[in-house]
Write a protein that binds this ligand. Structure first.
Ligand code: ADP
Length: 161
């Protein structure tokens, strides 16, 4: 049986924490959709196109990873792709409550057809979030241990450095 999974998120921007999850998913699933949520309500630093471009750059060596975008409900997107499994990364307890809530909601509103699986973060990335990275880069701090080089370049460009 071939297994496909969707890894949805904001990826604003992609960090080494996300990449670690993507790499591990690509080893365990036949096909991984890394799907950027196009959500007008949040005001992201990077446009969806910019986030997709950075994600494509950093995942180009994985042939079973597809970078995509979606709007609206995850369950509708998953149905359209005929995928029944969603992947999320778990860092700390703070992620847990929200993630559990989302997983249960998606399970219920999909009529029990959409499962969520979690990968626990590598310890060395457990503190890492896109928000922190944006904050550090905005003050021209060193983000080289948190994001790939091309992403760091785009961050500094965004903040006019
Ligand atoms: P969202 O706005 O959907 O939470 P994010 O881009 O912040 O989007 O995160 C997408 C997914 O990646 C979430 O499941 C999040 O928990 C996970 N994630 C984010 N940072 C890390 C990290 N450092 N290690 C592991 N998982 C992470």
């Amino acid at each position: 049986m071939s297994t496909t999974i969707i890894y949805p998120g904001s990826f604003d921007p992609v960090t080494f924490g996300h990449l670690d999850i993507i790499e591990r998913a690509s080893k365990n699933y036949d096909l991984v959709y890394v799907s950027v949520l196009d959500n007008n309500k949040k005001s992201p630093l990077f446009t969806v196109d910019e986030r997709v471009k950075m994600l494509k750059d950093v995942t180009k060596d994985y042939d079973n990873v597809i970078v995509d975008t979606f709007r609206g409900l995850l369950i509708d997107y998953a149905k359209e792709k005929d995928v029944h499994m969603v992947l999320r990364g778990l860092r700390a307890l703070t992620d847990f409550e929200y993630e559990l809530h989302m997983a249960q909601t998606n399970y219920i509103i999909s009529g029990g057809s959409l499962e969520t699986v979690f990968l626990s973060t590598d310890l060395k990335y457990s503190y890492l979030s896109s928000t922190t990275v944006r904050e550090i880069a905005s003050f021209r701090g060193d983000v080289s241990s948190f994001v790939p080089e091309n992403v760091a370049r785009e961050l500094y460009k965004k903040f006019g450095y």
